[in-house]
Ligand binder design. Sequence first.
Ligand code: P6P
Length: 353
Amino acid sequence: MPLVTIERHILETQRRYPGATGIFSAMLYDMALAAKLIARETTRAGLAGILGAAEDHNVYGEQQQKLDVYANQTIFRMNDHTGRLCVMASEEHEDIIPIPPRFDTGKYVLLFDPLDGSSNIDVNVSVGTIFSIHRKVSKGEHGTLEDVLQPGRRLAAAGYVIYGSSTMMVYSAGQGVHGFTLDPGVGEFLLSHDNIRVPATAMYYSANQGNEKYWTPGVRRYIKWLQGIEGEGRKPLGHRYIGSLVSDFHRNLLRGGVFVYPGDLQKPGEPYGKLRLMFEAQALAFLAEQAGGYASDGLGDILDIQPHNLHQRVPLFIGNRDLVEKAEEYIRKYDQEWVAAYQPFRNQQPALT
Ligand code: P6P
């Protein structure tokens, strides 16, 4: 298999799909460079303790930063000056992030969760970066909240980086899902998983069983169905839950499975679960669909949800389409109380003024 870098892959894909602009290869390259820098730091993180890093300076004399702060700054700095973006948004920032006035603006929007699951670093569990790219829709030169709060159906591209036993970047620009593995010796991401498709037969389900007490009746029965206990006695799925969304998603993408983080009624007024629509669910839903899978909040396609708030949370069922649709079936049948509590949040419209 020839050595295919991200740039070569995009260029070859562009030839097959006229209209995809070279700008994607540039933006993915910007993300790839950020990923290499973050990978270097996440690998070194474990050494800080051993090498006696001072509270606020590491052994290299550099200002010691929390890794998610470092990841956030690195992604911002790799993208703020390129002239390709009109605005950015990060899970680490309350508001949208304007492009500094000294730089040109462009026609794309970058949203990112710089280091999802960063609490896992201290226990050497893999973590990830999640990113998505929308097209500018507002009239002015600078991006606005309107450019950021777009439904996932309009995404131009999305992807993630997984900092695990190896560093991988997985992305889609609407023509399939492709995985690249970092060769640290060369410093290049090389194509390792061309056109990833979710296997028709799923192997796993991923859910935090510690939350079972709070699950709604429909979700509880659905999990029992996945375990082969409820319903037509299907072959049980294995249970795999790392507690790092990118890692759980990535394994299920390659092996087939469903990731479940439902909403519940534990806290009245907060029926929407934990995960973020704009920084986690939309990007992964786009990838899941591109790989032949599906993502739902329990009522319908994540990609069809009109966001109303930058940091809004959604329930997430994502993976093999038949398994996700089964979740919707159980929720429609047994969780009317939860649906009634969640629906108003789902239907809220954005206040863009
Ligand atoms: P819980 C990590 O904090 C994260 O945002 C995701 O990466 C992960 O899937 C989820 O939270 C784990 O949440 O409640 O099971 O610990």
